[in-house]
Design a protein around this ligand. Structure first.
Ligand SMILES: Cc1cc2nc3c(=O)[nH]c(=O)nc-3n(C[C@H](O)[C@H](O)[C@H](O)COP(=O)(O)OP(=O)(O)OC[C@H]3O[C@@H](n4cnc5c(N)ncnc54)[C@H](O)[C@@H]3O)c2cc1C
Length: 461
């Protein structure tokens, strides 16, 4: 497609000026009170909160690449209050806990906003809310049910008919929508990472980038992280490696690496933006099983992503998968269908990244090595906000006491495991096909999807 011809094959956010120079890799034997593996949001929030809880705690973070190079620096920047990958998913899986989870999720988002302010993190945080739009009649039914259930719980969610939603953002594909007015913020994901990284360093966290942890070994009274040229011994470890589950065997049953793709347009002119409105600058998601997410940047580009979540045979993670021309062409076509007035707007960047998907779509938590290691994973494409909650959970688990968070069913339960390969690949491809069929046939779920729904096993972007 001509609009893709000049797109640079790299994440827009990580290409911006302002990336900090990498720290030196680890090349010595270190000790710490807490060692964190991974410097995405999950690891950085864990280190920051650990320091904020106890400034005297000696915290080391070890990162295989540079902070935020993976999912955390290349996502859509939707920072949602939801801890459960959306209200409907939470209500279906944790109905008795939903009020608490919503309260904790909103509190988490507010605390993120306060942290951004307190540490002067320049990441364009804007609590615009999110517009969920229906592009097929069956989606209207689902959105209406979601709006009533959410409004009953006192959430500020408004049902918009076709005219009202098109008055917000004008697309001929919109049939109606729900505007969640304060449950989501838009932010610049890479600059959030860089800001959290700086805040950690300012508080005395020691960070070693370009240092892969090769294995974890038990020691008397603690654990050892072994790297190529050094090691860290610590009584407590937080494992925050996202989709990279190889350090802890049990995670492989629960986490699969799924690739998600996005495009960024050139900045729109004022006239181009005026053709679609979008004065409130909300994040937008459409409501099919395969959905797009899109948003404006501060300089009025449109980030356009989602729809085509891809699991590669055998669950291989490689930078080769960060580019997928077939998906970029689909995304570009859907963009032009959604905004015909902008059909000639050019894309400047195209990229993909790996998501830590699990079968219940929302993060799960646990400990290993007799409680000396805590992990959080499985955010399934909605971890920008929820990883901070997960960081608090990991710190509570490592402290050992029972807290409000560690008592939650969300925290105490695990997703249904995925079957091993090669069955896993077959199950996922069949599920993808069925999901696409459901979207084409009025949302009707076939026998396969209904069976998966019954056992709580899902696949989603
Ligand atoms: C294209 C895309 C769009 C997305 N859009 C959104 C969105 O709009 N909103 C949203 O909420 N979520 C979104 N997500 C998901 C979100 O980005 C993730 O949920 C979140 O970033 C996960 O953070 P994390 O720290 O757990 O993982 P990551 O950011 O993946 O960080 C894990 C880190 O661990 C390191 N690591 C792994 N193994 C080792 C090892 N052995 N030794 C040392 N370090 C190691 C890695 O190098 C990596 O830096 C999106 C994801 C993608 C890919």
């Amino acid at each position: 497609m001509h609009t893709l011809a000049d797109a640079v094959p790299e994440p827009y956010w990580l290409r911006q000026p302002g990336a900090p120079p990498a720290t030196d890799p680890l090349a010595s034997a270190e000790t710490a009170d807490l060692a964190v593996i991974g410097a995405g949001y999950s690891g950085l929030w864990t280190a920051l909160l650990a320091k904020e809880r106890d400034p005297s705690r000696d915290v080391v973070v070890v990162e295989a690449g540079t902070a935020g190079w993976a999912a955390s620096g290349r996502n859509g920047g939707f920072c949602a209050a939801s801890l459960t990958h959306g209200f409907d998913n939470g209500l279906s899986r944790f109905p008795d806990e939903m009020d608490t989870l919503e309260r904790l999720g909103r509190q988490n988002l507010t605390e993120i906003e306060e942290t951004v302010r307190r540490h002067a993190i320049d990441c364009d945080f804007a609590r615009t809310g999110e517009l969920h739009v229906a592009t097929a009649p069956w989606q209207l039914r689902d959105l209406s049910a979601y709006q009533s259930a959410a409004a009953e719980r006192g959430l500020d969610v408004r049902l918009l008919d076709r005219d009202a939603v098109r008055a917000e953002v004008d697309s001929p594909t919109y049939l109606g929508g729900v505007w969640d007015r304060d449950g989501c913020a838009m932010l610049d994901p890479a600059r959030l990472v860089w800001g959290l990284r700086r805040a950690c360093l300012d508080l005395g966290v020691r960070l070693y980038e370009n240092t892969r942890v090769d294995r974890i070994e038990g020691l008397a009274g603690g654990l050892r992280l072994q790297t190529l040229r050094g090691r860290v011994d610590a009584p407590r470890i937080a494992l925050a490696t996202g989709a990279y589950s190889n350090l802890l065997r049990r995670l492989r049953h629960y986490v699969i690496p799924v690739y998600d793709y996005a495009l960024m347009t050139e900045p729109l002119t004022a006239d181009q933006l005026a053709t679609i409105g979008w004065r409130h600058r909300q994040g937008i998601g459409d409501s099919g099983n395969q959905f797009h997410y899109y948003r404006l940047t501060t300089d009025n580009r449109i980030l356009w992503g989602g729809y085509d979540a891809v699991y590669y045979r055998g669950g291989r993670i490689t930078t080769d998968h960060d580019q997928r021309e077939e998906t970029f062409r689909i995304l570009a076509r859907h963009f032009a269908d959604t905004f015909p007035h902008l059909a000639d707007v050019r894309f400047t960047h195209k990229w993909g990244g790996v998501i830590d998907a699990c079968s219940r779509f929302s993060g799960f938590f646990g400990t290993a090595y007799s409680g000396r290691l805590a992990y959080a994973a499985g955010y399934t494409g909605l971890g920008v906000g929820a990883t901070r909650f997960g960081a608090k959970v990991m710190l509570d688990l490592l402290d050992g006491g029972r807290t409000e968070l560690t008592s939650l069913k969300l925290v105490r339960s695990k997703p249904v495991p995925f079957p091993p390969e090669p069955v896993r690949t077959g199950v996922i491809q069949l599920t993808r096909w069925s999901i696409a069929q459901a979207d084409r046939h009025d949302g009707r779920r076939n026998l396969w999807l209904r069976t998966l729904d019954r056992v709580g096993l899902g696949f989603d972007s």
